[in-house]
Design a protein around this ligand. Sequence first.
Ligand SMILES: [Fe+2]
Length: 533
Amino acid sequence: MQNETKESLNPTFPRSVLSVSRDEFGNKEDNPDVKDLPLKMNVKEGKLPLDLQGHVFIVAPVGSIDSPDAQGNPTNSTIYPSSDGTTPLYNGDGMIYRLDFDNLEAGAFLSSRLVKPPCYYADAATYKCQKYQDLKFKNYGITRISGSLGVRNQLNTAFVPLKFARDESERLLATWDVGRPYEIDPKTLETVTPVGRNDEWKEVTQIGLPGKSQTPFKIIQTSAHPCFDPHRQEMFTVNIGRSISNVCSQLIPIAYIFKEFWEWILHVFHIKERKSVTLPELEEKPLSFSKKLSTIGKSIWKFLRGLLGIFTDNFVYLMRWDGSGSLEKWKVLVENGLSIKIKQSIHQMAVTEDYIVLLDTAFKVSVEELLPTLTNKKYQRFEKFFRNFLDRPQLSDNSFYIIRRSDLNPEKNYVSAKKVTIPGEAAHFLADYKNPGDLITLHLSHVCAWDAAEYLSEFDFDNDKTPNLEANNLRRLYGAIAGPMDISKFGCHVVNGKTGELVKKYQDVIMDENSTWGPAIGTYQNHPLPDRL
Ligand SMILES: [Fe+2]
Protein backbone atom coordinates (compact mmCIF):
# COMPACT_ATOMS: atom_id res chain seq x y z
CA MET A 1 0.00 0.00 0.00
CA GLN A 2 1.38 3.40 -0.92
CA ASN A 3 2.12 5.66 2.04
CA GLU A 4 -0.12 8.36 0.66
CA THR A 5 -3.13 6.04 0.53
CA LYS A 6 -2.36 4.60 3.93
CA GLU A 7 -2.34 8.03 5.54
CA SER A 8 -5.59 9.06 3.95
CA LEU A 9 -7.37 6.01 5.38
CA ASN A 10 -9.54 6.59 8.39
CA PRO A 11 -7.99 4.75 11.35
CA THR A 12 -11.42 4.02 12.87
CA PHE A 13 -14.55 2.35 11.62
CA PRO A 14 -16.03 4.15 8.58
CA ARG A 15 -18.55 6.79 9.59
CA SER A 16 -20.92 5.74 6.81
CA VAL A 17 -22.11 3.04 9.23
CA LEU A 18 -23.93 5.79 11.15
CA SER A 19 -26.42 6.53 8.37
CA VAL A 20 -28.92 4.26 6.68
CA SER A 21 -31.75 4.53 4.19
CA ARG A 22 -35.30 3.51 5.04
CA ASP A 23 -36.34 3.44 1.36
CA GLU A 24 -38.01 0.33 0.06
CA PHE A 25 -37.30 -1.03 -3.41
CA GLY A 26 -39.27 -3.65 -5.33
CA ASN A 27 -41.93 -4.39 -7.88
CA LYS A 28 -45.36 -2.77 -7.46
CA GLU A 29 -47.13 -6.13 -7.69
CA ASP A 30 -45.07 -7.38 -4.71
CA ASN A 31 -45.14 -4.22 -2.59
CA PRO A 32 -47.81 -1.59 -3.36
CA ASP A 33 -46.10 0.99 -1.10
CA VAL A 34 -42.88 0.92 -3.03
CA LYS A 35 -41.79 4.02 -4.94
CA ASP A 36 -38.78 2.60 -6.79
CA LEU A 37 -38.09 -0.56 -8.78
CA PRO A 38 -35.44 -3.04 -7.54
CA LEU A 39 -31.95 -1.55 -7.73
CA LYS A 40 -29.76 -3.02 -10.45
CA MET A 41 -26.23 -3.91 -9.42
CA ASN A 42 -23.74 -1.58 -11.05
CA VAL A 43 -20.89 -3.85 -12.17
CA LYS A 44 -17.78 -1.68 -11.96
CA GLU A 45 -15.31 -4.15 -13.35
CA GLY A 46 -15.48 -7.49 -15.19
CA LYS A 47 -18.71 -9.48 -15.55
CA LEU A 48 -21.08 -11.28 -13.21
CA PRO A 49 -20.38 -15.03 -13.48
CA LEU A 50 -23.40 -16.53 -15.25
CA ASP A 51 -23.40 -19.68 -13.13
CA LEU A 52 -24.41 -17.71 -10.04
CA GLN A 53 -27.90 -18.58 -8.86
CA GLY A 54 -30.30 -18.10 -5.96
CA HIS A 55 -30.97 -15.22 -3.60
CA VAL A 56 -29.11 -13.60 -0.70
CA PHE A 57 -31.28 -12.46 2.21
CA ILE A 58 -30.02 -9.85 4.68
CA VAL A 59 -31.78 -8.27 7.64
CA ALA A 60 -30.57 -5.13 9.40
CA PRO A 61 -31.90 -2.36 11.66
CA VAL A 62 -32.67 0.91 9.87
CA GLY A 63 -33.69 3.32 12.63
CA SER A 64 -37.24 4.34 13.49
CA ILE A 65 -40.03 6.47 12.10
CA ASP A 66 -38.75 9.51 14.03
CA SER A 67 -35.01 9.08 13.31
CA PRO A 68 -33.54 12.37 12.04
CA ASP A 69 -31.61 13.12 8.87
CA ALA A 70 -28.18 14.81 8.81
CA GLN A 71 -29.75 18.17 9.69
CA GLY A 72 -31.84 16.72 12.51
CA ASN A 73 -35.14 16.79 10.59
CA PRO A 74 -37.43 13.77 10.37
CA THR A 75 -37.30 11.93 7.06
CA ASN A 76 -38.00 8.51 5.66
CA SER A 77 -34.88 8.39 3.53
CA THR A 78 -31.28 8.59 4.78
CA ILE A 79 -31.30 8.88 8.56
CA TYR A 80 -28.89 8.90 11.51
CA PRO A 81 -30.57 6.60 14.09
CA SER A 82 -27.96 7.15 16.83
CA SER A 83 -27.45 10.90 16.58
CA ASP A 84 -28.93 11.45 20.08
CA GLY A 85 -25.75 9.83 21.45
CA THR A 86 -27.49 7.08 23.46
CA THR A 87 -29.52 5.04 20.96
CA PRO A 88 -27.61 2.05 19.57
CA LEU A 89 -27.68 1.41 15.84
CA TYR A 90 -29.56 -1.83 16.46
CA ASN A 91 -32.57 -0.08 17.97
CA GLY A 92 -34.54 0.20 14.75
CA ASP A 93 -37.06 -1.40 12.41
CA GLY A 94 -35.77 -4.46 10.58
CA MET A 95 -35.22 -3.99 6.85
CA ILE A 96 -35.11 -7.12 4.71
CA TYR A 97 -32.90 -6.99 1.65
CA ARG A 98 -32.91 -9.61 -1.08
CA LEU A 99 -30.22 -9.76 -3.74
CA ASP A 100 -31.48 -11.79 -6.73
CA PHE A 101 -29.25 -13.83 -9.01
CA ASP A 102 -32.10 -15.56 -10.85
CA ASN A 103 -32.06 -13.45 -14.03
CA LEU A 104 -28.40 -12.77 -14.68
CA GLU A 105 -28.93 -11.91 -18.35
CA ALA A 106 -30.69 -8.76 -17.10
CA GLY A 107 -28.37 -8.36 -14.09
CA ALA A 108 -28.42 -8.78 -10.30
CA PHE A 109 -31.16 -6.86 -8.47
CA LEU A 110 -31.77 -5.71 -4.91
CA SER A 111 -35.22 -5.44 -3.31
CA SER A 112 -35.86 -4.18 0.23
CA ARG A 113 -38.87 -3.96 2.53
CA LEU A 114 -39.35 -3.00 6.17
CA VAL A 115 -40.58 -5.69 8.56
CA LYS A 116 -44.05 -4.48 9.56
CA PRO A 117 -45.72 -6.27 12.48
CA PRO A 118 -48.78 -4.47 13.96
CA CYS A 119 -46.62 -2.40 16.35
CA TYR A 120 -44.84 -0.88 13.33
CA TYR A 121 -48.16 0.64 12.23
CA ALA A 122 -48.92 1.79 15.79
CA ASP A 123 -45.51 3.49 15.91
CA ALA A 124 -46.13 5.22 12.55
CA ALA A 125 -49.70 6.25 13.42
CA THR A 126 -48.89 7.66 16.85
CA TYR A 127 -45.94 9.56 15.38
CA LYS A 128 -47.92 11.04 12.53
CA CYS A 129 -51.37 11.68 14.08
CA GLN A 130 -51.52 14.69 16.36
CA LYS A 131 -54.37 13.25 18.46
CA TYR A 132 -52.34 10.14 19.42
CA GLN A 133 -49.21 12.03 20.51
CA ASP A 134 -49.51 10.75 24.10
CA LEU A 135 -49.25 7.18 22.83
CA LYS A 136 -46.01 7.79 20.94
CA PHE A 137 -43.06 5.37 21.13
CA LYS A 138 -39.69 6.66 22.30
CA ASN A 139 -36.20 5.17 22.41
CA TYR A 140 -34.93 4.01 25.79
CA GLY A 141 -31.40 2.85 24.96
CA ILE A 142 -31.78 -0.49 23.28
CA THR A 143 -35.60 -0.58 23.39
CA ARG A 144 -38.43 1.48 21.93
CA ILE A 145 -41.38 1.94 24.25
CA SER A 146 -44.82 3.52 24.41
CA GLY A 147 -46.09 3.81 27.99
CA SER A 148 -49.65 2.98 26.93
CA LEU A 149 -49.04 0.62 24.02
CA GLY A 150 -45.99 -1.42 25.06
CA VAL A 151 -42.75 -2.35 23.36
CA ARG A 152 -41.78 -2.46 19.68
CA ASN A 153 -41.02 -5.82 18.10
CA GLN A 154 -38.37 -4.66 15.64
CA LEU A 155 -37.45 -8.06 14.12
CA ASN A 156 -34.08 -6.87 12.88
CA THR A 157 -31.63 -9.59 13.93
CA ALA A 158 -31.78 -12.91 12.09
CA PHE A 159 -33.65 -15.37 9.89
CA VAL A 160 -34.71 -18.97 10.37
CA PRO A 161 -35.52 -20.88 7.18
CA LEU A 162 -38.12 -23.65 7.67
CA LYS A 163 -39.66 -26.35 5.53
CA PHE A 164 -42.32 -28.61 6.93
CA ALA A 165 -43.61 -31.74 5.15
CA ARG A 166 -46.71 -30.03 3.74
CA ASP A 167 -44.80 -26.97 2.50
CA GLU A 168 -44.04 -26.74 -1.21
CA SER A 169 -41.10 -24.41 -0.70
CA GLU A 170 -38.94 -23.03 2.10
CA ARG A 171 -40.45 -20.51 4.50
CA LEU A 172 -38.63 -17.72 6.29
CA LEU A 173 -38.92 -16.34 9.81
CA ALA A 174 -37.53 -12.95 10.86
CA THR A 175 -36.45 -12.97 14.51
CA TRP A 176 -34.98 -11.02 17.40
CA ASP A 177 -34.66 -11.32 21.18
CA VAL A 178 -37.66 -9.30 22.33
CA GLY A 179 -40.79 -10.32 20.43
CA ARG A 180 -42.57 -13.12 18.63
CA PRO A 181 -40.88 -14.32 15.40
CA TYR A 182 -42.79 -13.35 12.25
CA GLU A 183 -43.05 -15.19 8.98
CA ILE A 184 -41.89 -13.25 5.90
CA ASP A 185 -43.01 -13.95 2.34
CA PRO A 186 -39.64 -14.58 0.62
CA LYS A 187 -40.99 -13.35 -2.76
CA THR A 188 -42.80 -10.15 -1.78
CA LEU A 189 -40.85 -9.63 1.50
CA GLU A 190 -44.20 -8.89 3.16
CA THR A 191 -44.60 -9.54 6.90
CA VAL A 192 -47.17 -12.33 6.97
CA THR A 193 -47.96 -13.67 10.44
CA PRO A 194 -46.46 -14.19 13.91
CA VAL A 195 -45.51 -17.57 15.34
CA GLY A 196 -48.16 -18.33 17.95
CA ARG A 197 -51.05 -16.24 19.21
CA ASN A 198 -50.38 -13.27 21.49
CA ASP A 199 -51.99 -15.13 24.42
CA GLU A 200 -49.67 -18.13 23.96
CA TRP A 201 -46.67 -15.93 24.90
CA LYS A 202 -46.08 -14.65 28.43
CA GLU A 203 -44.55 -11.28 29.27
CA VAL A 204 -40.97 -11.29 30.57
CA THR A 205 -41.96 -9.56 33.79
CA GLN A 206 -45.38 -9.32 35.32
CA ILE A 207 -45.97 -6.52 37.72
CA GLY A 208 -49.49 -5.20 37.76
CA LEU A 209 -50.16 -1.72 39.02
CA PRO A 210 -53.75 -1.08 40.15
CA GLY A 211 -55.64 0.70 37.39
CA LYS A 212 -53.09 -0.13 34.71
CA SER A 213 -54.24 -2.53 32.06
CA GLN A 214 -51.93 -4.76 30.06
CA THR A 215 -50.45 -3.12 27.00
CA PRO A 216 -51.27 -4.62 23.58
CA PHE A 217 -47.60 -4.98 22.58
CA LYS A 218 -46.19 -7.19 25.32
CA ILE A 219 -42.51 -7.46 26.28
CA ILE A 220 -41.72 -10.98 25.19
CA GLN A 221 -38.23 -12.30 25.71
CA THR A 222 -37.30 -15.12 23.38
CA SER A 223 -34.38 -16.36 21.30
CA ALA A 224 -33.03 -14.40 18.31
CA HIS A 225 -31.82 -17.71 16.90
CA PRO A 226 -34.53 -20.35 17.39
CA CYS A 227 -33.81 -23.70 15.77
CA PHE A 228 -35.42 -25.99 13.21
CA ASP A 229 -34.83 -29.68 12.76
CA PRO A 230 -35.55 -30.57 9.12
CA HIS A 231 -35.16 -34.30 9.83
CA ARG A 232 -38.04 -34.34 12.30
CA GLN A 233 -39.76 -31.21 11.00
CA GLU A 234 -39.88 -29.42 14.32
CA MET A 235 -39.12 -25.81 15.17
CA PHE A 236 -38.11 -24.88 18.73
CA THR A 237 -38.00 -21.58 20.51
CA VAL A 238 -38.30 -20.26 24.09
CA ASN A 239 -40.43 -17.85 26.08
CA ILE A 240 -38.45 -16.42 29.00
CA GLY A 241 -39.74 -14.80 32.21
CA ARG A 242 -37.61 -12.78 34.62
CA SER A 243 -38.54 -11.86 38.16
CA ILE A 244 -38.04 -8.20 39.06
CA SER A 245 -35.22 -9.13 41.44
CA ASN A 246 -33.57 -11.00 38.58
CA VAL A 247 -34.22 -8.09 36.20
CA CYS A 248 -32.80 -5.58 38.66
CA SER A 249 -29.71 -7.69 39.06
CA GLN A 250 -29.10 -7.42 35.38
CA LEU A 251 -31.74 -7.14 32.77
CA ILE A 252 -34.53 -6.01 30.58
CA PRO A 253 -37.53 -3.71 30.89
CA ILE A 254 -36.58 -1.72 33.94
CA ALA A 255 -36.98 1.55 32.08
CA TYR A 256 -40.44 0.44 31.11
CA ILE A 257 -41.33 -0.52 34.68
CA PHE A 258 -39.96 2.76 36.08
CA LYS A 259 -41.93 4.68 33.50
CA GLU A 260 -45.11 2.77 34.29
CA PHE A 261 -44.56 3.27 38.02
CA TRP A 262 -43.81 6.96 37.62
CA GLU A 263 -46.88 7.53 35.48
CA TRP A 264 -48.99 5.63 37.99
CA ILE A 265 -47.74 7.85 40.84
CA LEU A 266 -48.49 10.96 38.80
CA HIS A 267 -51.92 9.60 38.02
CA VAL A 268 -52.77 8.59 41.60
CA PHE A 269 -51.62 11.85 43.15
CA HIS A 270 -52.98 13.99 40.30
CA ILE A 271 -49.57 15.65 40.03
CA LYS A 272 -50.00 15.97 36.32
CA GLU A 273 -53.30 15.40 34.58
CA ARG A 274 -52.57 13.03 31.70
CA LYS A 275 -54.46 13.86 28.59
CA SER A 276 -56.60 10.84 28.04
CA VAL A 277 -56.38 9.53 24.53
CA THR A 278 -58.72 6.73 23.66
CA LEU A 279 -58.64 4.86 20.41
CA PRO A 280 -62.17 4.82 18.98
CA GLU A 281 -62.48 1.03 19.02
CA LEU A 282 -61.23 0.84 22.60
CA GLU A 283 -63.74 3.28 24.09
CA GLU A 284 -65.22 1.85 27.27
CA LYS A 285 -68.75 2.06 28.61
CA PRO A 286 -69.29 3.27 32.23
CA LEU A 287 -69.10 0.35 34.70
CA SER A 288 -71.77 -0.59 37.25
CA PHE A 289 -70.85 -0.45 41.00
CA SER A 290 -70.42 -4.22 41.30
CA LYS A 291 -68.26 -4.34 38.19
CA LYS A 292 -66.15 -1.47 39.52
CA LEU A 293 -65.68 -3.37 42.80
CA SER A 294 -64.69 -6.51 40.95
CA THR A 295 -62.24 -4.53 38.75
CA ILE A 296 -60.63 -2.96 41.86
CA GLY A 297 -60.40 -6.41 43.49
CA LYS A 298 -58.73 -7.87 40.39
CA SER A 299 -56.31 -4.93 40.23
CA ILE A 300 -55.28 -5.34 43.89
CA TRP A 301 -54.81 -9.08 43.37
CA LYS A 302 -52.73 -8.39 40.26
CA PHE A 303 -50.59 -5.95 42.23
CA LEU A 304 -50.06 -8.35 45.16
CA ARG A 305 -49.34 -11.17 42.74
CA GLY A 306 -46.81 -8.87 41.06
CA LEU A 307 -45.14 -8.14 44.42
CA LEU A 308 -44.77 -11.85 45.15
CA GLY A 309 -43.45 -12.35 41.64
CA ILE A 310 -40.63 -9.88 42.38
CA PHE A 311 -38.69 -12.88 43.65
CA THR A 312 -40.38 -15.86 42.03
CA ASP A 313 -41.39 -15.06 38.45
CA ASN A 314 -38.54 -16.78 36.65
CA PHE A 315 -39.56 -19.18 33.94
CA VAL A 316 -38.54 -20.62 30.60
CA TYR A 317 -41.03 -22.32 28.34
CA LEU A 318 -39.62 -24.51 25.62
CA MET A 319 -41.99 -24.15 22.64
CA ARG A 320 -42.40 -26.53 19.74
CA TRP A 321 -44.11 -25.61 16.48
CA ASP A 322 -45.14 -27.76 13.53
CA GLY A 323 -45.51 -24.86 11.11
CA SER A 324 -49.15 -23.95 11.71
CA GLY A 325 -51.60 -23.40 14.52
CA SER A 326 -50.91 -23.52 18.24
CA LEU A 327 -47.58 -23.96 19.96
CA GLU A 328 -46.84 -26.86 22.28
CA LYS A 329 -45.02 -25.71 25.39
CA TRP A 330 -43.28 -27.09 28.44
CA LYS A 331 -42.01 -25.23 31.47
CA VAL A 332 -38.32 -26.12 31.87
CA LEU A 333 -37.36 -27.23 35.38
CA VAL A 334 -34.02 -28.10 36.89
CA GLU A 335 -33.50 -31.12 39.09
CA ASN A 336 -34.79 -29.48 42.28
CA GLY A 337 -38.12 -28.96 40.49
CA LEU A 338 -37.74 -25.19 40.26
CA SER A 339 -37.95 -23.20 37.04
CA ILE A 340 -34.64 -22.44 35.42
CA LYS A 341 -33.51 -18.87 35.98
CA ILE A 342 -32.04 -17.08 32.98
CA LYS A 343 -29.88 -14.20 34.17
CA GLN A 344 -29.04 -12.73 30.76
CA SER A 345 -30.68 -14.08 27.62
CA ILE A 346 -31.08 -17.14 25.42
CA HIS A 347 -29.81 -15.36 22.34
CA GLN A 348 -29.15 -18.68 20.64
CA MET A 349 -30.26 -22.29 21.13
CA ALA A 350 -29.52 -25.55 19.33
CA VAL A 351 -31.14 -28.85 18.42
CA THR A 352 -29.41 -32.21 18.09
CA GLU A 353 -30.77 -35.63 17.19
CA ASP A 354 -31.93 -36.27 20.76
CA TYR A 355 -31.50 -33.01 22.69
CA ILE A 356 -32.37 -29.33 22.84
CA VAL A 357 -29.57 -27.11 24.14
CA LEU A 358 -30.25 -23.73 25.78
CA LEU A 359 -27.54 -21.27 26.81
CA ASP A 360 -27.74 -18.27 29.13
CA THR A 361 -25.84 -16.12 26.63
CA ALA A 362 -23.32 -13.32 27.22
CA PHE A 363 -25.76 -10.85 25.76
CA LYS A 364 -26.84 -9.07 28.88
CA VAL A 365 -28.78 -5.85 28.92
CA SER A 366 -27.93 -3.81 31.95
CA VAL A 367 -30.15 -1.07 33.31
CA GLU A 368 -27.63 1.43 31.96
CA GLU A 369 -28.54 0.49 28.41
CA LEU A 370 -32.22 1.16 28.99
CA LEU A 371 -32.11 4.73 30.17
CA PRO A 372 -33.70 7.54 28.19
CA THR A 373 -31.54 10.37 26.94
CA LEU A 374 -31.54 13.38 29.26
CA THR A 375 -31.94 16.48 27.16
CA ASN A 376 -30.65 18.85 29.82
CA LYS A 377 -26.86 18.87 29.34
CA LYS A 378 -26.46 20.59 32.75
CA TYR A 379 -26.82 17.19 34.44
CA GLN A 380 -24.48 15.32 32.13
CA ARG A 381 -21.87 14.60 34.82
CA PHE A 382 -24.51 13.19 37.12
CA GLU A 383 -25.94 11.14 34.26
CA LYS A 384 -22.52 9.71 33.46
CA PHE A 385 -21.98 8.71 37.10
CA PHE A 386 -25.47 7.19 37.28
CA ARG A 387 -25.00 5.22 34.07
CA ASN A 388 -21.59 3.88 35.15
CA PHE A 389 -23.04 2.98 38.54
CA LEU A 390 -25.79 0.89 36.93
CA ASP A 391 -23.59 -0.77 34.33
CA ARG A 392 -22.04 -4.17 34.90
CA PRO A 393 -20.20 -6.80 32.87
CA GLN A 394 -21.76 -9.95 31.46
CA LEU A 395 -21.35 -13.22 33.39
CA SER A 396 -18.06 -14.98 32.73
CA ASP A 397 -19.42 -18.55 32.77
CA ASN A 398 -21.89 -20.27 30.46
CA SER A 399 -24.90 -21.99 31.99
CA PHE A 400 -26.17 -24.59 29.53
CA TYR A 401 -29.48 -26.41 29.97
CA ILE A 402 -29.86 -29.75 28.19
CA ILE A 403 -33.34 -31.15 27.51
CA ARG A 404 -34.00 -34.64 26.19
CA ARG A 405 -36.39 -34.49 23.24
CA SER A 406 -38.02 -37.80 24.17
CA ASP A 407 -39.05 -36.17 27.49
CA LEU A 408 -41.29 -33.68 25.64
CA ASN A 409 -44.53 -35.41 26.53
CA PRO A 410 -47.66 -33.70 25.10
CA GLU A 411 -49.58 -34.94 28.20
CA LYS A 412 -47.33 -32.92 30.52
CA ASN A 413 -46.70 -29.18 30.80
CA TYR A 414 -43.18 -29.35 32.18
CA VAL A 415 -39.86 -30.96 31.30
CA SER A 416 -36.59 -31.40 33.20
CA ALA A 417 -33.22 -30.06 32.12
CA LYS A 418 -29.66 -30.87 33.10
CA LYS A 419 -27.49 -27.86 33.91
CA VAL A 420 -23.87 -27.73 32.75
CA THR A 421 -21.41 -24.91 33.40
CA ILE A 422 -18.67 -24.18 30.88
CA PRO A 423 -16.25 -21.34 31.65
CA GLY A 424 -15.62 -18.49 29.19
CA GLU A 425 -18.70 -16.52 28.14
CA ALA A 426 -20.32 -17.05 24.73
CA ALA A 427 -23.16 -15.42 22.81
CA HIS A 428 -23.22 -17.81 19.87
CA PHE A 429 -22.67 -21.53 19.62
CA LEU A 430 -23.44 -24.47 17.34
CA ALA A 431 -24.06 -28.13 18.12
CA ASP A 432 -23.31 -31.18 16.00
CA TYR A 433 -26.60 -32.79 15.00
CA LYS A 434 -25.45 -36.30 15.85
CA ASN A 435 -24.94 -37.11 19.53
CA PRO A 436 -23.51 -40.67 19.53
CA GLY A 437 -23.61 -42.31 22.97
CA ASP A 438 -25.50 -39.23 24.27
CA LEU A 439 -22.36 -37.12 23.82
CA ILE A 440 -23.30 -33.64 22.60
CA THR A 441 -20.55 -31.65 20.84
CA LEU A 442 -20.83 -27.89 21.30
CA HIS A 443 -18.79 -25.33 19.35
CA LEU A 444 -18.51 -22.05 21.23
CA SER A 445 -17.29 -18.64 20.28
CA HIS A 446 -15.94 -17.50 23.67
CA VAL A 447 -16.31 -13.73 23.48
CA CYS A 448 -14.12 -12.82 26.46
CA ALA A 449 -14.84 -9.29 27.70
CA TRP A 450 -17.01 -8.66 24.68
CA ASP A 451 -20.73 -8.11 24.86
CA ALA A 452 -22.69 -7.29 21.72
CA ALA A 453 -25.23 -5.48 23.90
CA GLU A 454 -22.59 -2.82 24.66
CA TYR A 455 -22.27 0.12 22.33
CA LEU A 456 -20.51 3.46 22.29
CA SER A 457 -22.51 6.33 23.77
CA GLU A 458 -21.67 9.93 24.53
CA PHE A 459 -21.03 8.88 28.14
CA ASP A 460 -18.21 6.50 27.27
CA PHE A 461 -14.50 7.17 26.87
CA ASP A 462 -14.07 7.63 23.15
CA ASN A 463 -10.66 6.72 21.75
CA ASP A 464 -11.33 8.11 18.30
CA LYS A 465 -8.07 9.76 17.24
CA THR A 466 -9.20 10.90 13.80
CA PRO A 467 -7.42 14.21 13.17
CA ASN A 468 -9.56 17.35 13.17
CA LEU A 469 -12.73 15.46 14.05
CA GLU A 470 -14.68 18.50 15.17
CA ALA A 471 -13.16 20.85 12.59
CA ASN A 472 -14.21 18.50 9.76
CA ASN A 473 -17.67 18.14 11.27
CA LEU A 474 -17.24 14.37 11.55
CA ARG A 475 -19.70 12.50 13.72
CA ARG A 476 -18.52 10.39 16.63
CA LEU A 477 -19.29 6.68 16.36
CA TYR A 478 -22.10 6.77 18.93
CA GLY A 479 -24.43 3.83 18.57
CA ALA A 480 -21.80 1.50 17.09
CA ILE A 481 -21.48 -1.89 18.79
CA ALA A 482 -18.30 -2.52 20.76
CA GLY A 483 -15.67 -4.89 19.38
CA PRO A 484 -13.68 -7.52 21.32
CA MET A 485 -11.87 -6.13 24.39
CA ASP A 486 -9.69 -9.23 24.90
CA ILE A 487 -8.40 -12.16 22.86
CA SER A 488 -11.38 -14.38 22.28
CA LYS A 489 -11.31 -18.17 22.21
CA PHE A 490 -12.77 -20.86 20.05
CA GLY A 491 -13.94 -23.84 22.08
CA CYS A 492 -15.12 -27.34 21.38
CA HIS A 493 -16.82 -28.95 24.39
CA VAL A 494 -18.45 -32.33 24.82
CA VAL A 495 -21.30 -32.80 27.27
CA ASN A 496 -22.99 -36.03 28.27
CA GLY A 497 -26.66 -35.28 27.69
CA LYS A 498 -27.79 -38.09 30.01
CA THR A 499 -25.74 -37.07 33.04
CA GLY A 500 -25.07 -33.39 32.34
CA GLU A 501 -21.36 -34.01 32.83
CA LEU A 502 -18.75 -32.02 30.90
CA VAL A 503 -16.41 -34.58 29.31
CA LYS A 504 -13.08 -32.83 29.89
CA LYS A 505 -10.94 -35.25 27.88
CA TYR A 506 -12.64 -34.09 24.67
CA GLN A 507 -12.46 -30.41 25.52
CA ASP A 508 -10.44 -28.27 23.14
CA VAL A 509 -10.00 -24.50 23.34
CA ILE A 510 -7.82 -22.45 21.05
CA MET A 511 -6.69 -18.89 21.65
CA ASP A 512 -4.32 -17.03 19.40
CA GLU A 513 -3.11 -13.46 19.65
CA ASN A 514 -3.30 -13.02 15.88
CA SER A 515 -6.25 -15.15 14.87
CA THR A 516 -8.97 -15.29 17.51
CA TRP A 517 -10.08 -11.74 18.04
CA GLY A 518 -13.84 -12.06 17.98
CA PRO A 519 -14.33 -15.40 16.19
CA ALA A 520 -17.81 -15.40 14.72
CA ILE A 521 -19.85 -18.55 14.38
CA GLY A 522 -22.45 -18.78 11.66
CA THR A 523 -25.86 -18.68 13.25
CA TYR A 524 -27.51 -20.03 10.13
CA GLN A 525 -27.94 -23.75 10.31
CA ASN A 526 -27.46 -25.62 7.07
CA HIS A 527 -30.32 -27.75 5.84
CA PRO A 528 -29.98 -30.57 6.51
CA LEU A 529 -27.86 -29.95 9.60
CA PRO A 530 -24.38 -31.44 9.34
CA ASP A 531 -23.93 -34.60 11.43
CA ARG A 532 -20.57 -33.31 12.55
CA LEU A 533 -18.99 -29.88 12.14
FE1 LIG B 1 -26.86 -13.39 17.01
